[in-house]
Ligand binder design. Structure first.
Ligand SMILES: [Zn+2]
Length: 456
């Protein structure tokens, strides 16, 4: 199926488009395909060199960092170790909001404005320069090729908010046509819509899927229930991103679509942080991104311990992201991957800090502790847990005829045990649960700040 057309797109049309946009994506991707096999020492040396260059440039051209370095007595020229970054403060979303112009380099090239909805619903505006676009696209392209698929192969993309899709103009549709990408809107998931998606996927016969795990799991569940086959289309891989991937979603997608699931982690703001290889390792894009994990006080935690992900993106001269707090919680690995790539691993991505629930006595637990109490009950079709405050948690439930009303009392009792005595647990049966404004589905949302003083 791939063959000539794919080679035409990946070898000619896509590079041409990137060159027209002033991006050096193709050259960056080739370099990344070489450096992924480097030794740890070689990679470390290269990163340090680029980190020093980024910091030196920031100290000369970026007003915000000129002031920050002066205030902290920080001299980029003396940096001899990636750990030297730790003498700089973390960059929160509130800092970016407060210093949006001061963060632009005076010699910035091709700055484009971005606006993320943010899963907390709190928008963040920031800028991305040409260099960074090339690197982020190249990193994604490299990871795609790990799975024996390429730009130009038929792809189904399940994506996004109504806003993003509304911005899709004629040019974009032309591009999607050339690249053989078919876009499906993940925010409309009625049974009729999903039946239509299944039909479109069957006729389109994609080689790869790309989108939210919840969306593909949703489609898979309905296909399985209806007896619609999707495992005979030759799909090679399902790339999922933007949400926590639960093991049962992975199994369901793999079973129904008849292909492995490849998890990806990153965002427009933080960059393309990590991607899963066929051997199962979540490889960090270490050439471009330095990942630290920190505790509630901002102090680094060692590999093997969960902490908030903080990134320094080395291709952000135009609008630096240095020690940027992602709000995500993950565990850095220390073992090597059996695939032989030298890129370090993320051992586990636990979710966003807003996926965590706080009990009345201050105990912080992952939302999974509550998810299991609801999800596995018969007749539960969909649900969402919203911790409004330490005193009130709401559980939204969509149920079918198989649901036993007595389960409501059991859920309240189980939640009460976890969250503490006296906490009000309100179970509400509803017809449907709309996705977040971003189009993503979230099982757990907490309005309680689980880490004191954080910019969530
Ligand atoms: Zn690997």
């Amino acid at each position: 199926m791939s063959g000539v057309y794919t080679r035409l797109v990946s070898g000619l049309l896509f590079p041409l488009q990137e060159r027209l946009k002033g991006h050096s994506t193709v050259a960056v991707r080739r370099a990344l395909e070489a450096s992924q096999w480097w030794s740890t020492a070689q990679l470390a040396e290269y990163r340090l060199e680029r980190l020093r260059a980024l910091l030196l440039h920031a100290g000369r051209q970026v007003p915000y960092y000129q002031r920050l370095f002066a205030d902290h007595g920080f001299d980029p020229a003396t940096v001899t170790d990636v750990a030297d970054l730790q003498s700089l403060p973390l960059l929160g979303k509130a800092d970016i909001r407060a210093h949006l112009d001061g963060l632009k380099a005076r010699d910035a090239r091709g700055l484009a404005r971005f606006n993320t909805g943010g899963s907390s619903g709190e928008p963040l505006i920031f800028y991305i320069g040409t260099e960074r676009v090339s690197h982020d696209v190249a990193a994604k392209w490299r990871a795609t090729r790990w799975w024996d698929v390429d730009i130009g192969d038929r792809e189904i993309v399940m994506w996004g908010s109504p806003i993003e899709l509304g911005a899709q103009d004629r040019l974009r549709r032309l591009r999607d046509g050339l690249m053989r990408t078919r876009l499906l809107a993940a925010f409309e998931m009625s049974p009729e819509k999903v039946a239509g998606f299944i039909d479109q996927i069957r006729r389109f016969r994609p080689r790869m899927l790309f989108g939210y795990p919840s969306a593909f799991a949703h489609i898979a569940r309905q296909a399985e229930a209806d007896g619609s086959r999707l495992d005979d289309l030759g799909i090679r891989v399902a790339f999922v991103t933007s949400e926590r991937l639960y093991p049962d979603q992975r199994q369901l997608i793999e079973r129904v679509f008849g292909c492995p699931v490849a998890n990806g982690y990153g965002g427009r703001d933080a960059g393309f942080i990590a991607h899963e290889c066929p051997a199962g390792g979540m490889h960090i894009t270490a050439e471009d991104i330095i990942v630290e994990t920190v505790d509630a006080n901002g102090a680094p935690v060692p590999p093997g311990t969960a902490g908030e992900v903080v990134v320094t993106h080395l291709a952000t001269r135009d609008f630096p992201f240095i020690r940027y707090r992602t709000g995500d919680v993950a565990v850095l690995g220390s073992a090597a991957c059996s695939c032989g790539r030298g890129l370090p691993l993320l051992e586990e991505i636990q979710g966003r800090t807003t996926d965590f629930i706080v009990a009345r006595d201050g105990t912080v637990m992952h939302g999974l502790a509550l998810i299991y109490e609801v999800r596995d009950r018969p007749g539960v079709q969909a649900f969402k847990i919203v911790q409004e405050s330490l005193d009130l948690t709401r559980v939204l439930l969509v149920t079918d005829a198989g649901f036993d009303p007595a389960a409501i009392g059991q859920i309240r009792a189980a939640f009460g045990q976890r969250l503490g005595e006296g906490v009000e647990i309100r179970v509400e049966q509803v017809d449907s649960i709309p996705p977040e404004r971003s189009g993503k589905y979230r099982y757990v949302v907490s309005q309680v700040d689980s880490q004191q003083g954080r910019n969530v």
